[in-house]
Design a protein around this ligand. Structure first.
Ligand code: TXA
Ligand code: MG
Length: 347
């Protein structure tokens, strides 16, 4: 089934932008699905209290229905309407990091539609800081369920063009607000347990959170992914996947160069995703430099664009550098591990 997707081009004229917000909000109130920018990645929004509207998100993305969605709010009072209680730790986190790239898992009162929470007794909520996202939320007056606006399994969209590639003809509209800033999704913290648990590393770092609350732990399931193996067999990941297989290289620059040369000698068409520092040392045609090792926020901002850059018709293997895991590096490496089909570690 194809529907007409309205594309509101990027506009700086505030009068025009007001109209765009009104039109997008009208579609959302009418149970349609509209993509809009947030400070992390583009989101695919629908009325979180309406099961039929939310179903359209799952259909458009091809998302498995057992994976719950994040509810976005424009006002703190909307949180009270969706939960049975707000633990103290959650209040603190909201005070400090909202609006911003932090999602809190809270006990649901089941006002959010059943398919938003995938039947769980908890609901994930965040208040984005992007002005367009906030304006749309306020204009609708609704809590909006909004997963990343990509086809399921693809890298998340950091530009309206990415949303268009994945979802044109499948959703009612796309609000183009230009490239997003943070580049990786929000940090998800479960606040329903005695000690809060980071379920997904993201734009707000563990170090940031630890400044505020004494104890926070990382979901053991995430720790499992950090187990270094020399060369894990091509595991079937379906997250953040570029078109061509991605090999994640852990080692020094010389090790990286050896891997690249070996593949080239085999006649493979290789592309590279690397920091400026490494990219500038490589004498190779297909290199995407994404920020500096010293400024991981730059890398986060450019990562998904880099993962979308290469087409399978041109490239057999993408080699990607590993980044330090402090700060937002934890989110970068989490996504790269999920995107990778091979991990190659230097000994
Ligand atoms: O930055 C973001 O968070 C972006 C933008 C659009 O706001 N949204 C986003 O949504 O990344 P999505 O659906 O792609 O990721 C939602 C994540 C998933 O990992 C999901 O499993 C988790 O949040 N999640 C949602 N509800 C949950 C719940 N009740 N309990 C535990 N995890 C939950
Ligand atoms: Mg996603």
């Amino acid at each position: 089934m194809t529907i007409k997707t309205q594309l509101w081009q990027r506009t700086d004229a505030s009068g025009e932008l007001d109209n765009v917000i009104k039109e997008a909000a009208a579609l959302l109130r009418n149970q349609q699905v509209v993509a809009f920018p947030t400070e992390t990645v583009y989101g695919l929004g629908a009325d979180a209290t309406n099961e039929a509207a939310v179903r359209r998100i799952f259909e458009a993305k091809g998302r498995p229905s057992d994976n719950p969605l994040i509810v976005h709010v424009g006002e703190r009072s909307q949180v009270d309407e969706l939960v049975t209680r707000i633990p103290d730790v959650a209040e603190k986190l909201m005070d400090q990091f909202w609006p911003g790239p932090l999602t809190l898992v809270l006990p649901s009162n089941h006002k959010a539609a059943h398919n938003v929470t995938a039947g769980l007794d908890t609901v994930a909520i965040r208040m984005p800081s992007d002005p367009i996202a906030l304006a749309i939320l306020k204009e609708t007056g609704l809590p909006l369920a909004a997963p990343s606006a990509n086809r399921s399994g693809r890298p998340s969209p950091t530009d309206a063009e990415h949303v268009y590639q994945d979802l044109n003809g499948r959703i009612a509209g796309i609000v183009d607000g230009g490239p997003t800033g943070v580049g990786v999704e929000s940090t998800v913290i479960d606040c329903t347990t005695e000690i809060p648990i980071i379920l997904r590393p993201g734009g707000v770092t563990k170090e940031d959170v630890e400044q505020l609350i004494p104890r926070v732990i990382i979901d053991p399931a995430l720790a499992g992914q950090t187990e270094h193996q020399p060369k894990s067999p091509g595991m079937k990941y379906t997250h953040y996947a570029p078109e061509s297989p991605l090999w994640l290289i852990e080692g020094d620059d010389e090790f990286f160069r050896q891997q690249l040369e070996a593949l080239k000698d085999e006649g493979q068409r290789v592309a590279v995703i690397a920091s400026h520092e490494l990219a500038s040392q490589l004498n190779h045609e297909h290199v995407t430099a994404c920020g500096s090792r010293e400024h991981l926020a730059e890398v986060a901002g450019e990562l998904y664009r880099a993962l979308r850059h290469y087409k399978k018709t041109d490239i057999d293997v993408i080699l990607c550098e590993s980044f330090p895991e402090h700060g937002v590096g934890a989110a970068i490496m989490n996504r790269l591990r999920k995107a990778a089909t091979q991990k190659i570690k230097q000994y």
